[in-house]
Design a protein around this ligand. Structure first.
Ligand code: NDP
Length: 283
C-alpha cells in the first residue's frame, strides 16, 4: 500500500516558513507585493482570485486586485500591465486566465515584465527554464517538484512519464524533471500505447483533465504517482486523472485529489512573489 504525499500539509508548512521570510523582508523595509488582474465575471476565476488574495493576506504579502469589466480593451489592459511593471510596490503580476475572447492572451502575458512574471508564463521565463537557468517557474509544476522533493526519492536516472503537454503543466514539469536528470517521456492525445508508456514509468505525472483515465492496473509496482487532474463528477465529487484506489494499491507514493497538487499551486505563487521581493532587497 502506498503512502500519501499530502499537498495540503506540505503547503501549510511552506506557508508558515514563507510568513517568517516575509517578516524578515519587512525588517529590511520590503513588503512583497502581488497585483492580481481579473477581467470579466468568470465565476471560477473569481474563486481563484479570492483564494490567492486570502493566501497573500495570511502570509503577510500585500496584494491588490484590479477588477476590470469584461469589455475592457486589449489596449487598456496593456496600459494597466505597463503601470504595474513600473510600480515599485509590486513584485509580482498575475493576470487571471482565461481572458475574454477579444483579448490576445499571449500578447498580455508577453507584456508582463519577466522580473515580475510570478506565474512563469512569459516566454523569457519558459526559455530560461528550457535552457537550464530557471528564473520564475510556473506554479503547478514547481509545486509538483516540491512534492517530489518532500519524499525520500531521487529522480536521477528515473523514467518519468508525463501525460499531458500543456504549457502550464505538462511541458514545464517535463523540463523540471529533465533538469533533475530523469529520463522523460511526454504523452498526449496522439500517443500510441499510453498504457505501455505508463506501465514503464517510475514516476507518472498525470495532467489530462479526464476523470480516472489512467487505470490503476497500468501503474508499475512501487511507482510514484502525481495526479494533477481536478475533475468534478457526479454529486459534485472531485476526482483526479488517475483511478486512485487501484493505483494506490500498487504505487509507493501517490498524491490525493483533492488535497494533493491543488494546494501547492497557490503556495508556489506566494513563493515566487517572495523570491521576487527578495531580489528587491538584494539590489
Ligand atoms: P489541457 O487541457 O491544457 O491539456 C490536457 C492535455 O492532456 C493535452 O496535452 C492533451 O493532449 C492531453 N490529453 C487529452 N486526452 C488525452 C488522452 N486520451 N490521452 C493522453 N493525453 C490526453 O489541461 P491542463 O494541463 O491545463 O490541465 C490538466 C488537468 O490538470 C485538468 O484536470 C486541470 O483541471 C488540472 N489542473 C490542476 C491544477 C492544480 O492546481 N492542481 C493546475 C492546472 C491544471 P493534446 O495536447 O494532444 O490535446
Amino acid at each position: 500500500m502506498s503512502q500519501l504525499i499530502d499537498g495540503k500539509a506540505l503547503a501549510a508548512k511552506m506557508r508558515e516558513q514563507m510568513a517568517d521570510r516575509v517578516q524578515e523582508l519587512e525588517k529590511k523595509g520590503v513588503t512583497p507585493g502581488l497585483a492580481v488582474v481579473l477581467v470579466g465575471e468568470d465565476p471560477a476565476s473569481r474563486v481563484y482570485v479570492t483564494m490567492k488574495e486570502k493566501a497573500c493576506a495570511a502570509t503577510g504579502i500585500y496584494s491588490v486586485e484590479h477588477k476590470l469589466a469584461a469589455e475592457t480593451t486589449q489596449q487598456e489592459l496593456l496600459a494597466l500591465v505597463d503601470q504595474l511593471n513600473n510600480d515599485e510596490k509590486i513584485d509580482g503580476i498575475l493576470v487571471q486566465l482565461p481572458l475574454p475572447a477579444h483579448i490576445d492572451e499571449g500578447c498580455i502575458l508577453n507584456a508582463i515584465s519577466p522580473l515580475k512574471d510570478v506565474d512563469g508564463f512569459h516566454p523569457f521565463s519558459v526559455g530560461c527554464l528550457a535552457t537550464g537557468n530557471p528564473t520564475f517557474r510556473s506554479c503547478t509544476p514547481y509545486g509538483i517538484m516540491k512534492m517530489l522533493e518532500s519524499i525520500p526519492y531521487d529522480l536521477n536516472g528515473k523514467e518519468v512519464v508525463v501525460v499531458g503537454r500543456s504549457n502550464i503543466v505538462g511541458k514545464p514539469v517535463a523540463l523540471m524533471c529533465l533538469a533533475e536528470n530523469a529520463t522523460v517521456t511526454i504523452c498526449h492525445s496522439r500517443t500510441k500505447d499510453l498504457e505501455g508508456h505508463v506501465g514503464r514509468a517510475d514516476v507518472v505525472i498525470a495532467a489530462v483533465g479526464i476523470p480516472e483515465m489512467i487505470k490503476g492496473s497500468w501503474i508499475k509496482e512501487g511507482a510514484v504517482v502525481i495526479d494533477v487532474g481536478i475533475n468534478r463528477v457526479a454529486d459534485k465529487k472531485l476526482v483526479g486523472d488517475v483511478e486512485f484506489d487501484a493505483a494506490a494499491a500498487r504505487a509507493s507514493y501517490i498524491t490525493p485529489v483533492p488535497g494533493g497538487v491543488g494546494p501547492m499551486t497557490i503556495t508556489m505563487l506566494l513563493f515566487n512573489t517572495i523570491q521576487s521581493a527578495s531580489q528587491r532587497v538584494a539590489k
